[in-house]
Design a protein around this ligand. Structure first.
Ligand code: IPE
Ligand code: MG
Length: 236
């Protein structure tokens, strides 16, 4: 979700106004995702690197986050959404962690869409964490290093339990992944929207899902192989 700062600067407003407008996009995109039946939506709300921004901006973002968690409480529960978080959540201030933990616990049994907030999240940080976990298990003698494969590593990622990543959308016209879901992105489709996040609403999101539906995901195979598989599936 990129471009909040530029959205505000273009209007001669403080950056925080862009973040405020961006949280309206979050509400609208999450609602749309639920309406069209997505099983999971993950929002990159705050990166591990964002802590180094000016302290007033960090504090402003944290307050907006708290506001979001409090104002969306009933909407999330009423719609069967399960709220989840990935990242170094312990680093968040108490006034964010408390409403986050409350919503996480109260929505834990919901079976609808999983809404994941990436908070103090970094893809490299996630991989380092997984490597440490595996190394600890090996050092305790509980894990044979020869048996470490993709499945074993994945079991230690913060996204463990989420469905495979299908589509990554980045707004604001930048062509970077900025430390987001690095491992999970291996075979995801990428979509770069030339639009600032506060302007990215339901219509833009639906347009991007329609684009995704036109993609052919080959996972290293050839198009002919996929078509054969498809005909076989149809016959079965
Ligand atoms: C939002 O956009 C991303 C967050 C950290 C919440 P930015 O704040 O990065 O906006 P730009 O890139 O400065 O326009
Ligand atoms: Mg940015």
């Amino acid at each position: 979700m990129d471009g909040n700062g530029r959205w505000a600067e273009l209007r001669g407003q403080p950056r925080l106004e862009g973040h405020r407008e961006g949280s309206a996009s979050v509400r609208e995109v999450a609602r749309t995702a639920r309406r069209v039946g997505l099983s999971a939506l993950t929002l990159y709300a705050f990166s591990s690197q964002n802590w180094a921004r000016p302290s007033e901006e960090v504090a402003g973002l944290m307050h907006l986050l708290r506001e979001y968690l409090e104002s969306e409480y009933s909407e999330i529960l009423d719609n069967g959404i399960r709220l989840n978080a990935i990242g170094e959540v312990d680093k968040l201030p108490r006034y964010v962690r408390d409403p986050l933990e409350r919503l996480r616990a109260d929505s834990a049994h919901n079976q609808g869409m999983v809404l994941t907030l990436a908070l103090s999240y970094g893809g490299r940080e996630e991989l380092v964490h997984a490597a440490q976990q595996l190394a600890r298990a090996a050092a305790r003698g509980e894990l044979d290093p020869e048996r470490i494969g993709e499945k074993e590593l994945e079991a230690h990622l913060w996204t463990q339990g989420l469905p495979p990543l299908d589509l990554v959308v980045r707004t604001s016209g930048e062509f970077r992944v900025s430390n987001f879901l690095l491992w999970q992105m291996a075979y995801a489709e990428l979509y770069f929207a030339d639009m600032l996040w506060p302007d990215f609403r339901a219509e833009a999101f639906l347009r991007c899902l329609a684009h995704y539906q036109q993609r052919e995901r080959r996972f290293g195979l050839t198009s002919a192989q996929l078509q054969r598989e498809e005909t076989q599936r149809a016959k079965a």
